[in-house]
Every structure is written in structure tokens, then in C-alpha cells.
Design a protein around this ligand. Structure first.
Ligand code: AHR
Length: 637
């Protein structure tokens, strides 16, 4: 039985409780959200070979390709692709395989562009096309005429027919029938993007995020903020301006980043979803352990953070606000939260307290209203060795990556947090079961954990699952258990994604105290010590619950998570109200077993189902399916 006390308004629920966390991992941007289809478009992925490119020799054509560093377009585009066409016969050209294929969809216009030049013999028509991998089917083609002189940019639109069958078994080709030498750089192909943004994002993945109704985006990482080395930290200044000025940089997850997703693109992503950025600034510590202690050598990085804040939020009369205006966005972005570094509990030197203080003082002096987030000082164990002593952070970021059992066991984690302490941002968390995307058991662990965050959402003001994305192709993933999966053409939400959709879409502005009686329990079979308590396993609840109320509309949201393999009848008793609507709605997300999941080929196996419920009153009984996450929505007065 669950008893809800509605006699007095509960605590405030943070309006920013659920957000998004992002970084370049698992091909989140290149080969993911960022809609560019050409892989290795400026040929810098491998200094020794033109990865993902090959030569086309058709109908007697003959040629070869190689990297060329002697013909830079500018300081960013320093490596180009040289094509030598040996015979004026058939077709010879360059082929890009895309990120595990080029997605072909019917009646779709793709914007192709590239820099090119050629020897005198080469001047003439070039054909640009999207075709099947065996070259037998031409999906879309257009011609440009290569003109005399040096580098020039060529642009063309490729449109597919309405009867084309969607496929990823396709490639991008630029070819010719004229013998000569050709050079190419910044070869780009964009499908239609979300809100038609130039240099924009994939429509399907943006929509999946929009459906979560998030409140913020934590950017640009994660480890990606820090980089392995000082020289490979997120280089926000080098990510600004036209893409032909962006050289990219080595990422920290095993591949180079094109930086097509630059600082402004992150902010426009926020704008498109109507959410605010939570900006993480580089704080002088990198993944390989190098760091700069507080003092004069750290100052340039503090100054860089101030400039970055100004780029985001300064008006056009400020130096960096004017740069943003020049980049096409005069209107400043709303900015309330700055995170100083990432996971600085890993900094074995313990230098974070001093580094945090130096950033804190400089940022607060210029932007007193900004809320500053520390990456240590929480109870997640990360920064346990070190204390944040010299300044009081406004917010502390905690990270939790756990099994479903651990999440369920610790679902009451925030119940006893000192309300006088800094607010909490659960800046990375996930139940790590299932790969590449989490399964139903993980979703149950997540949901149990989210009941705890929602119940304490007066103090836990923000949270975001991590990682957000994964390209599910072999080689696309560096970190398993990611919220949203995709290949070149389609995307899907994991059960954990739908659990987040349920929580993010059904929440009030005040908590409602709930007490449970005779709550079923579960015991883990494993014989090993509990990783959190350090003791042998003891029974924990099998059912988790939380309630909140929207005081404007009178909507009551009751969430019940049944992690067990047995359906449960639960009586719900509403105290302290005069009226209850007779009807309501029940939304259920369930799996047939804990391992049940969604995949790229079966994306909708586990999705929420909504049904009308009737016969409600101040007391009613509902059945909650095995392995299910439920929201009951009703009106109260
Ligand atoms: O989410 C994956 C990684 O986990 C993040 O980059 C890092 O902050 C954490 O260790």
C-alpha cells in the first residue's frame, strides 16, 4: 500500500531536474548527431593514408589517390587528397564510404560541396553522385565544371527520386573521364538538418532528444573537455567560424574530431531544443594526469574560461560577444551554470581545491550571478580523497555508473542529504547493463534511481544520463550502455531512454510525501559483497515509488517501478484532498524479461503504452506488471 500525503504542499521540484550530457564519444557527433555524411572530410584522420577514401575505376578508368601536404587551402586545410587520372576512358574518381555508409532516403536533397583544383588537362566536367556500393545504382547525380586557377569551392545539390528504397549501402563519388591531376579538400555532404540549420544536426536524433523534454545540455564533456593532453583539450576557439577554418583535433576516445560540432553549434543545439547550456570550462587538468596548480601559470586558462563565458553570454559590445555576432548569432545565450573541470577527483595531486578557487574568484568577480559547479566534494566516491575547502561551491557534480542492483539498493541515496550544503547536480549517471544500449533491467535500475532524485528534487537540482549517444556499427562504440543508438539512417531509444521520457514528461512542481507499507522485497543471488555497503547482500525493496503534483493544474503524478518478475496489486491511498477525478491515465513501460531490449532492427520493442484508467477515488488499487515502470496521472483538488 502507498499512502500519499497531499494535506500540505511538499518541497519544490527543480524545473531543471532532467537534462542532457554530451561529449564526442561513440561517434556522438562525427558519425552521429552532426549531420555531415563524409568521413575524414579534410583528410587529417590518419597522416599516413586517406582513411575512408578509395579510388573509383569504372569502365576502363584508371587512377590512384594519395595524401598531399604541398597544396594547402589555408592554415586549417593543410592536407588534401590528390587524384591522378591516368586515362581519358571510363570514369575515375574518389569515393567516400561515409560513417558506415551514406544514408539514402527517397525524395531527399543533399548539399554537396568541396574545394577542388586540377592541372590544365583536368579542367572540365566532374560528376558528383551518391550511388550504391557496387556502382550499379545511381541514386542522385549532378555535374560541376572544374575551372582553371587555384582552389575553388564547388557546391551542388543532389536529389533522390521518390521511389528510392532507403539504404545505407551507398557511397559518395566525385569522378571524371579526363586524364589529369586533381586535388580535393573539405569534401562535404549534408542531408536536410533539424530546423534547416546550415552545418546542422540530424533530424531524427534531435527529435528523440526533444521528446525527452530536457531542461539543459551539459557540454562539451566529460573527458572530451579535458583531453588527454593540454594540447588536445576541447579547443573552443578553434571550433568557431566557417568550417573551412576548422582543423579538428585529436579526441580522447580514439578518433579525431572534425570540430564541425563547435561551441556555437552546441549553443544552437540548445537553442533548437529550447534548453540552456551548462558550460563546462577547462580547469587545468588533463586525462593523462598533467595539471597546473593554482597560480600564475593557470591564469591564461582562467582568462580563456572568462572569454568563453563572454562568447556564450556577452552582448555584442563585448569582445567575444562581437565574435559570436560575426559568427552569425548576435543574441547572447542564457547562461546560469558553469562547471569547473570534469572529474577532478582523478587528479592525484589534489590540486583542485586551489584551481577551483582561482576560477571561482575570477568568474564570480565578473559574473556574480553565475552558479559554479565543483567536480569534487560529493558522495560519489570520486573526490573522496580530496576536500573542497577554500571556497563553497554553489553546486556539486556527482557521477554514478552502476549495476541495476546497485541503483535499486541506493535509490534512497539523496534522502538524508544536508539541505544546507551545496545543491547537487548528478552530471553523469547510468545503470550499465546491456550493450550498445541498456536493456530493461537497466531501465528498472534507472527508474528506481530517478524516483530518489525526484523525491529530493528540492536539493538535487539537475541530472543527466551519460553517455547519451552511440553509433551501433562495429567500431562505433567506445563505451557500452548509451541512451540513444543509431546507424547512418535510423535511430532508436533504449528502454532507459523511455524511462527518462516518462520521468521528464510527467513531473509536478511540488513533491508529495509517500509512505509504503508491505512493500515487496528482492534478494540478490550473487554471493559477493555489496559494492556500496561492503557487506553481504540483504533484501532491498523490489518496488520503488515517488509522487509529485503540479499545483497549477492539480495533476498528480504517481510513479511506481516494479523491478520484480511478479505483477503486484498496490492500493493507493490519497490523504488530504477533497476530490479526485474518476478517470486518469496510466503509462507503462515494460519488458518481458530483464534482458529484453530495443535494437536498431527492433527499435520499438519496449516503448511506453498509455491507457485510460477509470473508477478512481481517494483509495484505489492498481496492478503493476512485472518488470514495469509506470506513471499514473490523475486530477486532485
Ligand atoms: O561518460 C563517459 C565518461 O565517464 C566521461 O567522459 C567521464 O566524465 C566519465 O568518466
Amino acid at each position: 500500500k502507498l499512502t500519499l500525503d497531499l494535506s500540505k504542499p511538499g518541497a519544490d521540484v527543480s524545473l531543471k531536474l532532467f537534462g542532457l550530457m554530451t561529449e564526442e564519444i561513440n561517434h556522438s557527433y562525427d558519425g552521429g548527431l552532426y549531420a555531415e555524411l563524409i568521413r575524414n572530410r579534410i583528410f587529417k584522420d590518419n597522416p599516413k593514408a586517406p582513411n575512408n577514401w578509395s579510388v573509383l575505376e569504372q569502365a576502363g578508368g584508371k587512377g590512384n589517390i594519395q595524401l598531399d601536404t604541398k597544396n594547402p587551402v589555408n592554415n586549417a586545410l593543410t592536407v588534401c587528397l590528390k587524384l591522378v587520372v591516368e586515362k581519358s576512358e571510363g570514369q575515375t574518381g574518389v569515393v567516400n564510404e561515409g560513417y558506415w555508409g551514406i544514408p539514402v532516403k527517397p525524395q531527399t536533397s543533399y548539399k554537396a560541396s568541396f574545394y577542388a583544383k586540377g592541372t590544365d588537362a583536368a579542367i572540365g566536367p566532374l560528376s558528383v553522385s551518391i550511388e550504391s556500393n557496387d556502382g550499379a545504382t545511381n541514386y542522385a547525380t549532378a555535374q560541376v565544371v572544374l575551372s582553371k586557377g587555384g582552389w575553388k569551392k564547388y557546391s551542388v545539390t543532389l536529389t533522390t527520386a521518390s521511389d528510392v528504397k532507403p539504404t545505407t549501402q551507398a557511397r559518395f563519388v566525385i569522378s571524371t573521364s579526363r586524364a589529369g591531376t586533381y586535388w580535393f579538400n573539405l569534401v562535404s555532404l549534408f542531408p536536410p538538418t533539424f530546423n534547416n540549420r546550415p552545418n546542422g544536426n540530424r533530424q531524427d536524433i534531435m527529435q528523440l532528444m526533444a521528446d525527452m523534454k530536457p531542461a539543459f545540455l551539459r557540454l562539451p564533456g566529460g573527458n572530451y573537455l579535458e583531453g588527454d593532453l593540454f594540447s588536445t583539450r576541447f579547443p573552443w576557439k578553434a571550433t568557431l567560424g566557417p568550417i573551412d577554418q576548422r582543423a579538428g583535433h585529436p579526441g580522447c576516445w580514439g578518433y579525431r574530431s572534425s570540430d564541425g560540432m563547435g561551441l556555437l553549434e552546441y549553443l544552437e543545439w540548445c537553442e533548437d531544443l529550447k534548453i540552456e547550456p551548462v558550460l563546462a570550462v577547462f580547469a587545468g587538468y588533463v586525462l593523462k594526469g598533467d595539471y597546473l596548480p593554482a597560480g600564475p601559470f593557470l591564469k591564461p586558462f582562467v582568462d580563456e574560461a572568462l572569454e568563453e563565458i563572454e562568447y556564450v553570454s556577452g552582448d555584442v559590445n563585448t569582445k567575444w560577444g562581437a565574435v559570436r555576432a560575426k559568427d552569425g548569432h548576435p543574441k547572447p545565450f542564457k547562461l546560469n551554470y558553469i562547471e569547473i573541470g570534469n572529474e577532478d577527483g582523478f587528479d592525484a595531486s589534489g590540486s583542485y581545491d586551489g584551481r577551483f578557487a582561482q576560477f571561482y574568484d575570477a568568474i564570480k568577480a565578473k559574473y556574480p550571478k553565475l552558479q559554479l559547479i565543483s567536480t569534487i566534494g560529493g558522495r560519489d566516491g570520486l573526490g573522496k580523497r580530496f576536500k573542497i575547502k577554500t571556497r563553497r561551491p554553489d553546486v556539486i557534480d556527482e557521477h554514478y555508473y552502476r549495476s541495476a542492483w546497485e541503483m535499486e539498493e541506493d535509490a534512497a541515496h539523496y534522502d538524508d542529504y544536508d539541505r544546507k550544503g551545496p545543491k547537487i547536480f548528478v552530471g553523469e549517471w547510468a545503470t550499465r547493463e546491456g550493450s550498445p544500449t541498456p536493456n530493461m533491467n537497466a531501465a528498472l535500475g534507472d527508474a528506481a534511481w530517478m524516483t530518489g532524485m525526484e523525491r529530493n528534487a528540492d536539493h538535487v537540482i539537475m541530472s543527466c544520463y551519460a553517455p547519451l549517444f552511440v553509433n551501433v556499427n562495429p567500431g562505433g562504440m567506445q563505451w557500452s550502455s548509451d541512451l540513444i543508438g543509431y546507424n547512418a539512417i535510423s535511430s532508436y531509444g533504449s528502454p532507459s531512454y523511455y524511462a527518462e521520457v516518462l520521468f521528464g514528461n510527467n513531473i509536478g512542481n511540488k513533491t508529495v510525501p509517500v509512505s509504503g507499507e508491505n512493500i515487496p522485497t528482492q534478494t540478490r543471488n550473487a554471493n559477493k559483497k555489496d559494492s556500496i555497503a561492503g557487506t553481504m547482500p540483504k533484501p532491498i525493496p523490489a518496488l520503488f515509488y515517488v509522487a509529485s503534483k503540479d499545483t497549477k493544474t492539480g495533476t498528480l503524478y504517481i510513479k511506481v517501478v516494479n523491478t520484480s518478475g511478479k505483477a503486484e496489486d498496490i492500493t493507493i491511498d490519497l490523504k488530504g484532498i477533497s476530490k479526485v477525478s474518476a478517470d486518469g491515465v496510466q503509462i507503462t513501460l515494460k519488458g518481458s524479461s530483464p534482458g529484453d531490449t530495443n535494437t536498431i532492427t527492433e527499435p520499438d520493442k519496449i516503448v511506453p503504452h498509455t491507457s485510460k484508467i477509470t473508477g478512481l477515488g481517494k483509495t484505489f488499487t492498481k496492478n503493476f506488471d512485472a518488470y514495469s515502470i509506470n506513471v499514473i496521472k490523475l486530477q486532485v483538488l
